[in-house]
Design a protein around this ligand. Structure first.
Ligand code: SF4
Length: 197
């Protein structure tokens, strides 16, 4: 993965937050179709905080769960304006106090927008790490995050997240991993077991 970075288009932390919230259960491709008009209508966190839910809903209606996401986006922007002077905080713990921002989203924003050592675990990272053997018996994303961050050097946390996501998206896919063409096969526990059996 020579270029390992987020595929969500954004120009600042605010736009990244919008895109990451929209991307839950929705493809990055779909989010990238939706966001240009969204950023034009709501160019700043302040403008979004003053927006109406129905206007937000209308702009994001083609992504999954538009009703919930519209509420999250408005509530998040209000909280950022009220409690953080309109600027997204840099730390994961503070980001997680914002409505609609869970641990995964907070880690993505902290790592991508603010260059913090944070490793977000989504479904791809969870699955790929377990298959390769980077984690052992992890039952939740938090357990995966803890095992990965205890083994991977801090300066690689952010890029490791992108490596694992992209590997999961394009090679180590959920239903049919492309093991035969995978560059990691010789290091992979899943492949080793498969070959032995
Ligand atoms: S060898 Fe197969 S299971 Fe292992 S990382 Fe590659 S694609 Fe995934």
């Amino acid at each position: 993965m020579p270029v390992a970075e987020t595929e969500l288009r954004h120009k600042d932390p605010y736009q990244l937050m919008v895109a990451v919230i929209l991307s839950a259960q929705c493809t990055d491709k779909r989010v990238n179709i939706i966001t240009p008009a969204f950023y034009e209508r709501f160019p700043t966190v302040e403008s979004l905080s003053e927006g109406k839910k129905e206007d937000v809903f209308e702009l994001i209606r083609t992504c999954s769960y538009p009703n919930n996401k519209a509420a999250h986006l408005i509530n998040a922007s209000r909280k950022i304006v009220q409690d953080f002077q309109g600027r997204l905080p840099h730390e994961v713990d503070q980001l997680m106090t914002i409505p609609g921002i869970g641990r995964k989203t907070a880690n993505v924003i902290a790592a991508v927008a603010f260059d913090q050592a944070a490793l977000a675990v989504d479904t791809h990272v969870f699955r790929v790490s377990a298959r390769i053997g980077l984690t052992e018996g992890a039952r939740t994303p938090l357990e995966t995050e803890r095992q990965l961050t205890s083994q991977i050097p801090k300066e690689l946390h952010s890029i490791a997240h992108h490596w694992l996501i992209l590997h999961g998206r394009y090679v180590c896919q959920a239903r049919k991993p492309k093991c035969v063409e995978c560059g990691l096969a010789e290091f992979c526990l899943y492949w080793e077991k498969k070959v032995k059996n």
